[in-house]
Design a binder for this molecule. Structure first.
Ligand SMILES: Cc1cc2nc3c(=O)[nH]c(=O)nc-3n(C[C@H](O)[C@H](O)[C@H](O)COP(=O)(O)O)c2cc1C
Length: 169
């Protein structure tokens, strides 16, 4: 699958067949994440792989849109490290770019995933911190639920000419 096809056909997948994802595929997803651009090339991210079903099942107790995790093969928590962020808050964009790269790589591998927002919701940040013992200088940013798809989501066309401006507003 080429890059444009993966981007245009990516959809959120929230139903999974509970099967493991091979280590080499997980490594490819992390390589995709760490290939993202970052401000000043600081790469201020960390990735926590969660494949323990017990831990995954805890997340919906503090995140009310995360029920799909009970059937996920694994989840990846993308975190920003404030000590590595030398560009005054740009870690948010850096972590967003890493998150989207994982979603596109998941689609290219014909797996399914959905981005679960963590930052800036206080109760979700606190929940992830306590669950995974994350230190204060590291901010949980996004959680990606990943599995083998048990649903199909069709391609949607969101191309919207009213949002495009040339040379001025
Ligand atoms: C910042 C962000 C937070 C999101 N949080 C959730 C979430 O908590 N739970 C969920 O099921 N989907 C979540 N989503 C997925 C969106 O609902 C989804 O991307 C959107 O409806 C568009 O659908 P699509 O991904 O299939 O194109 C989130 C997406 C983004 C970008």
């Amino acid at each position: 699958m080429d890059a444009i096809e993966a981007i245009l056909s990516r959809r959120s997948i929230r139903k999974y067949n509970k099967k493991p994802i091979p280590d080499n595929v997980i490594k490819e997803l992390l390589e995709a994440a760490m290939s993202a651009p970052s401000a000043g090339n600081e790469q201020p991210w960390h990735f926590i792989i969660i494949d323990d079903p017990q831990i995954l099942s805890e997340v919906p107790t503090f995140h009310n849109h995360a029920q799909m995790l009970k059937d996920a093969s694994l989840a990846i928590l993308i975190c920003g490290d404030k000590n590595l962020d030398k560009h005054n808050g740009m870690w948010v964009q850096d972590c967003s770019a890493a998150t989207e790269n994982i979603l596109i790589a998941v689609r290219a591998k014909e797996l399914g995933a959905v981005w679960l927002g963590i930052f800036p919701r206080k109760e979700r940040i606190k929940g992830m911190r306590q669950l995974l013992n994350i230190p204060e200088h590291v901010m949980p940013f996004s959680l990606i639920s990943i599995g083998h798809p048990a649903e199909k989501q069709g391609r949607v066309n969101r191309y919207n000419t009213s949002r495009i401006h040339y040379n001025k507003w």
